[in-house]
Design a protein. Structure first.
Lengths: 131, 102
């Protein structure tokens, strides 16, 4: 008899997971932890949506160079998400604008949505995890 | 020399910079480090507040923390001084004491 995790058909339920990223990348561990959990959900072939809002938009800022602070630069990992079929990336318009940023400043292609559109997207989810 | 105040929290998430500025006497220095560096750039909703503070304070920002976050020294508000780790040490010795706002 095979163990459940040896079953070739991973036919468990696929749920709509949204990860809401609201923290800057290096001051706290939230951003990196969120990224780890997103990759786990992707490995289980869940329907993953990522949101970057508030200081979370800084997670995907281009040109991060952490050599001088002695911390791993994990920003290239966001570009690898596409390879895990994580392609629904949303950025809140108001968060970008208040920080003087545009989509040209970001390492990955994103859809920019406003407050109200984001609220609707959140309503469509089954599970929301906020970091 | 009065005190050097260090601020390490994002001005968009916490009120730490406001609190530090409210308690800094004229001539006191302010050094932005870690997530505090996000206060240092032009074109943001906090830029005017930082510019206004320049009337009473020298404001410094730590270069390695700018680079780590992918921000550009070219966009630092005019009048702020970018320092490296050696400059950080110099500031600590130049000012009488340091208050680290957390």
């Amino acid at each position: 008899m095979s163990e459940p995790w040896e079953d070739d058909e991973l036919d468990g339920p696929v749920r709509k997971f949204m990860y809401v990223n609201r923290r800057a990348p290096y001051g706290t561990i939230y951003a990196l932890e969120s990224l780890e959990v997103v990759l786990i959900a992707a490995a289980f072939e869940q329907d993953v949506t990522l949101v970057f809002m508030d200081d979370g938009v800084y997670q995907i800022k281009k040109d991060q160079n952490t050599d001088a602070i002695g911390v791993k630069n994990f920003s290239p990992t966001y570009r690898a998400l596409e390879g895990y079929d994580v392609e629904k990336l949303y950025v809140e318009k108001e968060s970008l604008e208040s920080r003087g940023l545009t989509t040209d400043d970001l390492v990955v292609p994103v859809q920019v949505v406003n407050n109200d559109q984001l609220a609707e997207l959140m309503e469509e989810q089954e599970v929301i995890l906020s970091f | 020399m009065p005190m050097l105040h260090t601020v390490n929290k994002s001005p968009f998430e916490r009120r730490t910079l406001d609190t530090a500025l409210r308690h800094a006497v004229k001539g006191a220095g302010v050094l932005l480090i870690e997530d505090g560096v996000y206060a240092a750039f032009d074109g943001t909703v906090v830029a005017e507040k930082v510019k206004a503070a320049l009337a009473d304070h020298k404001i410094y920002v730590l270069g390695p923390d700018i680079a780590a976050r992918g921000m550009s020294e070219h966009h630092v508000i005019d009048g702020l001084e970018v320092v490296d780790y050696g400059g950080f040490v110099d500031l600590v010795t130049e000012y009488d004491k340091v208050q680290s706002w957390l």
